[in-house]
Design a protein around this ligand. Structure first.
Ligand SMILES: Cc1cc2nc3c(=O)[nH]c(=O)nc-3n(C[C@H](O)[C@H](O)[C@H](O)COP(=O)(O)O)c2cc1C
Length: 191
């Protein structure tokens, strides 16, 4: 081990990491916002999640982390799958709605069922329906891995909803502040 590596690991006096501090620092890592929906036989429940990530293209795998106390666990197991619904900038109220642990949260929210019978938000920016292939326990969360079975882009072209520093808001893609990967950036505007 090099001297530099040793100096990074030799921290006998280090303090325990406070959960709130960890949450505050991780909140500076900007993410999109999803609603994970699931339910067997025509049932639909969902919860707001920002821990989504894509994992593999071949085979097509994605993951999210779900708190072990989440009421979604039983339904996830029963249905054998889930849908990851990406929220658009105008769906900020839905992010709060689905984070609120309310029963029957889908009652007034436009939704339909995928070919595999999984609930999906009909007005999401995009959604990915998955079959659950692995669940790994990790501290107070489970890492849920899904194989992608269906893709859709109902809100293609809309701005996404963003979570940063504890706040939710639309990503402003107008005026060339952000360009899509592979497209030339719009010229900077000088006012
Ligand atoms: C922006 C945002 C992101 C969240 N991300 C997660 C997440 O990644 N995993 C998780 O278990 N809960 C996450 N939550 C909390 C859940 O939405 C929910 O409030 C909590 O899990 C308890 O409710 P449940 O029983 O419906 O899951 C998030 C909440 C918000 C507002």
């Amino acid at each position: 081990m090099s001297a530099a590596a040793r100096s990074l690991t030799r921290t006998p006096e280090r303090q325990p990491i406070e959960p709130l501090s960890l949450r505050r620092v991780c909140g500076l890592f900007t993410t999109g916002v999803t609603v994970i929906s699931t339910g067997p036989s025509g049932r639909a429940e969902g919860t707001t999640v920002n821990s989504f990530t894509s994992v593999s293209l071949d085979p097509p795998l994605v993951l999210f982390c779900l708190h072990q106390q989440s009421r979604l666990h039983g339904l996830l197991q029963e249905s054998g799958g889930f849908t990851v619904n990406f929220l658009s900038g105008r769906q900020q109220p839905l992010a709060r709605h689905f984070a609120g642990k309310r029963p029957d949260a889908f009652a007034d929210v436009p939704h339909h069922f995928t070919a595999d019978g999984l609930p999906a938000l009909s007005e999401a920016l995009a959604y990915i329906a998955c079959t659950t292939v692995d669940v790994h326990a990790a501290g107070d969360h489970d890492i849920v891995v899904g194989e992608v079975v269906e893709l859709a882009l109902p809100g293609h072209g809309e701005d996404p909803l963003i979570f940063f520093d504890g706040s939710l808001g639309p990503l402003q893609t107008a005026a060339g502040r952000f360009s899509r990967a592979g497209e030339p950036a719009a010229p900077a505007r000088v006012s």
